[in-house]
Design a protein around this ligand. Structure first.
Ligand SMILES: Nc1ncnc2c1ncn2[C@@H]1O[C@H](COP(=O)(O)OP(=O)(O)OP(=O)(O)O)[C@@H](O)[C@H]1O
Ligand SMILES: [Mg+2]
Length: 469
């Protein structure tokens, strides 16, 4: 989360948006003091004199934070919080309380308030709390967005490998790391599209800003629309409160639209409009909101063909595919299979507390000759099961769960030689090549090469030493 000393919000006009703050108190004096304090800090402040008025305001506007008095005659801070929580789980509340009612304030935290603060307090303490609450919520929305997608996206351990196609991709994303051009990632299921999207974000100038993910095929059209663009109160049944969409949450960051081929014609139009105009209109609202996000999209369909067939808009396609990337299927990455196997064995050794050190030549041959329709995901599952089932420190063919009668894709016996292949050796060999290529791509810049490889700089130095590169 970035702050520039003065808090999440700042006065700068540019792209940075001021955080919207609602202050609720039945005493006008407090409203005045706090309003002045936070306006000075660059927040956009609205006030409400009492719980009922506060509730109404929350319904109408999308706030980033609510600072609310606990004891109010018309509607207490706790009752207000409970009502909001019934349909908005993330809007952060800071509850202000007198010394006498700390117990109730603690109760408020149990009902989902971010924190409480006892009156009188130092303005600085409240400021810090406010800043934290807003950051906390941003993080929450990001996690929520990842959870919706339900894929682990840990790029720090990502295997890159030596396939030409992958190296081209890495060279390209390195080249465009300073810009925000839209990228379209195509590839079969399980080839690592989601992981690559994350890597592109991390390698871009938007690193450290939000990375919002949504699976366009997972939600019905109307839900997808409000998830993307947000909605105002009453926009549809159940919209009791206004809610911000992912595009707005992703301000200054990246929005990753997965399974973009699933977009309905109507949503295609809406997305095109928002990309062209760089603004969105929340469902039920008549106000446009300017957005500054970078779009990355992915699909396992052949979008160009869908354009030919008329199921995907040509104009949208060209907007999204300014930089088209194509992830090769695993069966075309024979060299990298060894590397992936090594990576996954290590991963599951750790997870399941195993000590597998070798893959038998026969098992490796089998692995290299599979059609891998599910690509890297399928390979990962096969290795996970094998590691779990292994009694000794070797993975043998029977642990892979392939029917031994099945026709292998091709015989690769010559590739593997006849001696025992040590996993360590194979991994080292592939690793060395990956490092050499990463250094070539980054023209010898070790820091960039380390980022490309998804490893720390220290680790890279150790490996350079180890392999005498
Ligand atoms: N380069 C890689 N290094 C390590 N693991 C990888 C790599 N690429 C993919 N994986 C793993 O393979 C699995 C599938 O990857 P991912 O979800 O990115 O594929 P996808 O192309 O987005 O699939 P889908 O089309 O089904 O959405 C994940 O568990 C991911 O962690
Ligand atoms: Mg995916």
């Amino acid at each position: 989360m970035s702050t520039d000393g003065g808090g999440v919000a700042s006065h700068s006009r540019g792209n940075r948006m001021a955080s919207k703050l609602l202050i609720i108190d039945d005493e006008q004096e407090w409203l005045d003091i706090l309003s002045l304090l936070f306006t000075r800090k660059g927040y956009e402040v609205q006030t409400a004199e009492g719980g009922v008025e506060g509730l109404k305001a929350i319904g109408e506007t999308m706030f980033d934070l609510v600072i609310c008095d606990l004891a109010m005659p018309d509607l207490s801070g706790i009752d207000l919080l409970k009502q909001v929580r019934s349909c908005d789980k993330t809007l952060p509340f800071i509850i202000m309380t007198g010394v006498g009612s700390i117990e109730t304030a603690v109760e408020a935290v149990q009902f989902g308030a971010f924190h409480y603060i006892t009156k009188p307090f130092k303005s600085q303490d409240l400021e810090i709390l406010a800043q934290r609450a807003i950051e906390h919520r941003q993080l929450h929305r990001q996690l929520e967005s990842v959870a919706l997608h339900a894929e682990p996206t840990d790029i720090s351990t990502m295997v890159l490998g030596s396939h030409r196609g992958i190296q081209d991709i890495l060279a390209k994303i390195e080249k465009i790391s300073d810009s925000s051009v839209p990228v379209l990632i195509q590839g079969e299921t399980g080839t690592g599209k989601s992981l690559l999207a994350r890597l592109i974000h991390e390698m871009s100038g938007r690193k450290g800003k939000p990375f919002m993910t949504i699976d366009c095929g997972a939600l019905p059209e109307n839900l997808l629309e409000s998830e993307l663009f947000g909605h105002v109160k009453g926009a549809f049944t159940g919209a009791l409160f206004a809610r911000r969409g992912l595009m707005e949450e992703g301000q200054e960051g990246t929005v990753f639209l997965d399974e973009i081929g699933e977009l309905t014609p109507c949503m295609q139009v809406k997305l095109l409009r928002s990309i062209q105009e760089r603004e969105i209109k929340p469902v039920g609202s008549n106000k446009n909101i300017a957005i500054d996000v970078r779009f990355i999209t992915a699909t396992n369909r052949d979008l160009a063909r869908e354009v030919e067939q008329g199921t995907f808009r040509e104009d949208l396609f060209y907007r999204l595919a300014v930089i088209p990337l194509h992830l090769p299927p695993l069966r075309e990455r024979a060299d990298d299979i060894i590397l992936f196997v090594g990576h996954f064995v290590q991963k599951f050794n750790q997870r399941y507390n195993k000590k597998i050190t070798e893959v038998s030549p026969a098992a490796m041959q089998l692995l290299m000759s599979q059609p891998w329709k599910g690509n890297i995901r399928e390979l990962e599952n096969v290795i996970e099961r094998a590691v779990l089932l292994a009694d000794e420190d070797v993975i043998s063919p029977d642990l892979l769960g392939f029917s031994l009668n099945a026709q292998p894709r091709r015989a690769d016996a010559s590739d593997m030689g006849t001696g025992t292949i040590s996993l360590q050796q194979a991994v080292s060999e592939a690793e060395k090549r990956a490092i050499q290529r990463a250094l070539a791509i980054t023209q010898g810049n070790r820091t960039k090469a380390a980022t490309l490889l998804g490893i720390g700089r220290r680790t890279l130095y150790d490996k350079l030493e180890e392999y005498k590169i």
